[in-house]
Design a protein around this ligand. Structure first.
Ligand code: ATP
Ligand code: MG
Length: 162
């Protein structure tokens, strides 16, 4: 499994606008052929949902669906080439709620799971995942630090590099 010190397993990209972040999400979605968990970590307004909007397009989720933060429902589900689960754990306060959500099945299922505030997932729950950390830069810039854990995300990062 690649580690932080393995350059093949990580990449940092800077986007200058919401449209660029959306496009990056779309590029990722286009490449996906197998299930993947994408952990999205970053402050309020850093661009996690914008990224998932692009991801949905890349997975051929119909544009009829408006992808918005599932803050109250915690999970939104969209049909696409692969089923997309958009999960937002911001309002999650108890670990027990995680179990109630049936999250384990989703995270180990056949779809793509994009998880906002993924740091609320318990450690060790996920060996394989793509982790994306969002940081604010100057103006509308966002720095997306992507780290691959496992083969599927490693292949995705290699594709993004080319
Ligand atoms: N480079 C950029 N990438 C992404 N969003 C950007 C960028 N520049 C400006 N924005 C704006 O920042 C906001 C990002 O909002 P978004 O809902 O994606 O954040 P979030 O990380 O999901 O926040 P929350 O934790 O509240 O769910 C949007 O209003 C978007 O238009
Ligand atoms: Mg959001």
């Amino acid at each position: 499994m690649p580690h932080r010190d393995n350059p093949a397993g990580e990449i940092t990209l800077v986007t200058a606008s919401a449209a660029e972040t959306r496009r990056l999400g779309e590029r990722c979605g286009r490449r996906l052929r197998t299930p993947l968990v994408i952990c999205l970590i970053g402050d309020l307004g850093s661009g996690k949902t914008v990224f998932v909007q692009g991801l949905a397009r890349g997975l051929d989720v119909s544009a009829d669906y408006a992808v918005t933060s599932p803050s109250f429902t915690l999970i939104n589900e969209y049909p696409g080439r692969l089923r997309l689960f958009h999960i937002d754990l911001y309002r999650l306060d108890a670990q027990a709620d995680l179990d109630d959500l049936g999250l384990a099945e989703i995270l180990h299922g056949e779809g793509v799971a994009a998880v906002e505030w993924a740091e609320k997932l318990t450690d060790g729950a996920l060996a394989e995942r793509l982790e994306i950390r969002f940081e604010f830069g100057d103006d509308d810039r966002r720095r997306l630090h992507m780290v691959a854990y496992g083969q599927a995300s490693l292949i995705l990062l290699k594709a993004l590099r080319s």
